[in-house]
Design a protein around this ligand. Structure first.
Ligand SMILES: NC(=O)c1ccc[n+]([C@@H]2O[C@H](COP(=O)([O-])OP(=O)(O)OC[C@H]3O[C@@H](n4cnc5c(N)ncnc54)[C@H](OP(=O)(O)O)[C@@H]3O)[C@@H](O)[C@H]2O)c1
Length: 308
């Protein structure tokens, strides 16, 4: 089978490529910059890399013209509340339909929007609330995949990525104080555990879908490797970094400011209120082996604040 991975230089798509390298499929990827180190690494693993952009339909058509059977994609949400993410998804799905691709695999988010806790919170949000815009778009993209008309579709639903707490580009946006003050300033409810996993492991489930399109057809695969309270996560970060990380207790005024202005903090606060689903685990059922969080942290010290 010919498998095209959109976002193969990213976490989910990169994890999928890694899981599929070595056969039996022919692997293809699209990136905006085929000369990047990540694109070069894909090429050296036998992946055929096309230059392209989700905004440029013709570039997607060119990649699909080699006779692709299966396409994976994920899309970063438009954080400005615009519809660039929707347009990209529509471009990808229209290209997939036109090329007669048999399988569509989509990397989404753990919450499908059907949870009772989700509905209760969702109905209280103002139409302009960032979280409402974010979830509306996620639900819309999920539905585009279900309605795409391809023979087989699968949606992968990863939990919070452990990378958010480690990679420089995520830290700068979400948790800068982890590095500068060794404080974990999180608006997750400190008493409610959250599911975590290496984002690249979503790619292992996507690979399982490519290996068994029929078996995973119409499946929406939620997974998580460990459910941790904020303090349990802090303990793991302290151990891996060798630095005494503290769980920040927000002064009321500062918390109010964070919940008014920072999309990530607003999301964590609201998602905490949705409640905790203990049933998510899910790996064994799909023959996927997941990496425990402590092990992932231990393996990712080089070049991150953990090892600095
Ligand atoms: N962070 C979390 O905790 C979390 C949890 C669950 C779900 N998610 C979801 O995960 C998704 C992001 O996935 P990820 O973290 O795997 O991605 P990522 O690591 O941020 O990488 C983004 C990928 O998309 C490609 N890309 C972006 N814009 C493109 C464009 N215009 N044209 C072509 N390629 C483009 C990039 O390729 P090039 O740069 O090479 O072009 C790159 O391969 C989001 O939808 C997010 O909501 C995140």
């Amino acid at each position: 089978m010919k498998v095209l991975i959109l976002g193969a230089t990213g976490k989910m798509g990169g994890g999928m490529a890694k899981a599929l390298v070595g056969g039996p499929h022919e692997l293809y990827a699209v990136t905006r910059d085929p000369t990047s180190a990540k694109a070069e690494a894909l090429k050296s693993n036998g992946v055929i890399v096309f230059q392209g952009d989700f905004n440029d339909r013709e570039s997607l058509d060119r990649a699909l013209a080699v006779g692709i059977d299966s396409v994976f994609f994920t899309i970063f949400p438009d954080l400005q509340g615009g519809d660039s993410d929707l347009k990209q998804a529509q471009n990808i799905i229209a290209a997939v339909q036109a090329a007669g691709v048999k399988q569509l695999i989509y990397g989404s988010l753990i919450y499908p929007g059907t949870e009772e806790g989700f509905k209760a919170i969702y109905d209280t949000l103002e139409p302009t609330n960032w979280v409402k815009l974010y979830f509306d778009r996620k639900l819309e993209l999920d539905q585009l995949v279900r309605d795409s008309g391809v023979q087989y579709w699968t949606i992968i639903r990863p939990p919070t990525f452990i990378q958010n707490h480690v990679l420089p580009e995520s830290i700068a946006f979400i948790y800068p104080d982890l590095v500068t003050k060794h404080q974990f300033k999180s608006t997750w409810d400190h008493n409610v555990p959250q599911w975590y996993a290496d984002g690249a492991e979503a790619g292992k489930f996507a690979a399982a879908a490519a290996n068994d399109p029929e078996g995973l057809h119409q499946k929406e695969v939620k997974f998580g490797v460990e459910a941790l309270t904020a303090q349990q996560l802090v303990d793991k970060l302290s151990k891996a970094s060798g630095k005494p990380i503290t769980l920040y207790q927000w002064p009321e005024i500062e918390l109010k400011e964070a919940l008014a202005t920072n999309p990530f903090h607003i999301t964590c606060d609201i998602v905490s209120k949705m409640g905790f689903d203990p049933e998510i685990g899910n790996a064994e059922k799909y023959g996927v082996e997941l990496t425990p969080i402590s092990e992932w942290l231990e393996n990712n010290k080089t070049g991150t604040w953990l090892g600095a």
